[in-house]
Ligand binder design. Structure first.
Ligand code: AP5
Length: 255
């Protein structure tokens, strides 16, 4: 069984610390992954994390993790967030920004970070910029994945995830070795509540209205790297690495 990178500090928050501490790597390692629901951000984050040593910081994973808390352990903001999420709507900016700010140690991690699902609105992007500035950090690049809507829906409908280690599979394109069982930790795979057709429609609309404008926001800051998300995960991963290496080389030669 393969083991996945420890993300305790991100997933649990509070005083949790990851083991072992990652080593710094050469190249671009403070990244945002942008794209519509189902485009494959989580899948690429997993591959990039293994290659770059940077950690996948998914806001969606933190909210899904909160589902396993008893009602008494959940704050009112998290209880409300889970209801927004179930319907496919975005969680209010304030709740999401507070959640990331509480985990600012993960942004400072010497291994770098792969923000997956955050920021999702211009207000969140501005809050991230402010948070990074206050910690003497800056974003290296924003990878923006693109795919036609019909293919996004097919990816969401066949997705299965591991509630234990958060690994992502697809019943046709990325099946686990044993049906219904996680390759990494042996957990029982599940379908996400927000992958139902009615929630998918709401998520797509929220993406078009609130998140798609972020591509222009980051293009204006010369951080955007567009990557076509067609084809197998490994092909997209190689495309992403090539684009990141190109940007890194250009940044080095401009110095
Ligand atoms: P979140 O968990 O972030 O979901 P999302 O952005 O909707 O993205 P997904 O996780 O659905 O898709 P993905 O792009 O990661 O695709 P994946 O790799 O899994 O957010 C969920 C909810 O939380 C939101 O709706 C909102 O309510 C709330 N939330 C979270 N962050 C928030 C924020 N910042 N602000 C406000 N609210 C927030 O791939 C999908 C499937 O396709 C998988 O089965 C995979 O195996 C398969 N697949 C992947 N790549 C390929 C490929 N190349 N070919 C074929 N199949 C593939």
């Amino acid at each position: 069984m393969e083991t996945k990178r420890d993300r305790k500090a991100w997933l649990k928050g509070g005083t949790a610390v990851c083991e072992p501490a990652p080593e710094p790597v050469e190249g671009l390692r403070r990244l945002v992954l942008l794209g519509a629901p189902g485009v494959g951000k989580g899948t690429q984050a997993e591959l990039l994390a293994a290659k770059l040593g940077a950690c996948q910081l998914s806001t969606g994973d933190v909210f899904r993790g909160a589902k396993s808390l008893s009602p008494g352990e959940r704050s009112p903001a998290i209880t409300a967030a889970l209801e927004y999420m179930r319907r496919g709507e975005l969680v209010p900016d304030e709740t999401v920004v507070d959640l990331v700010a509480e985990r600012v140690g993960c942004l400072r991690c010497p291994g770098g970070f792969l923000l997956d699902g955050f920021p999702r609105t211009v207000a969140q992007a501005e809050a991230l910029e402010d948070l990074l500035k206050r910690n003497n950090l800056k974003l290296d690049a924003v990878v923006s994945y693109d795919l036609p809507t019909d293919k996004l829906v097919a990816r969401l409908a066949g997705r299965r995830t591991c509630p234990g280690c958060k690994a992502v599979f697809h019943i046709q394109t990325r099946p686990p070795k044993v049906q219904g069982v996680c390759d990494h930790c042996g957990g029982v795979l599940c379908q996400r509540e927000d992958d139902r057709p009615e929630s998918i429609r709401v998520r797509m609309a929220a993406y078009e209205k609130s998140t798609a404008p972020l591509a222009q926001y980051y293009r204006n800051k010369r951080l955007l790297i567009p990557v076509l998300a067609e084809g197998a995960p490994e092909a997209i991963f190689q495309r992403t690495l090539k684009a990141l290496n190109g940007k890194h080389a250009a940044a080095k030669s401009a110095k």
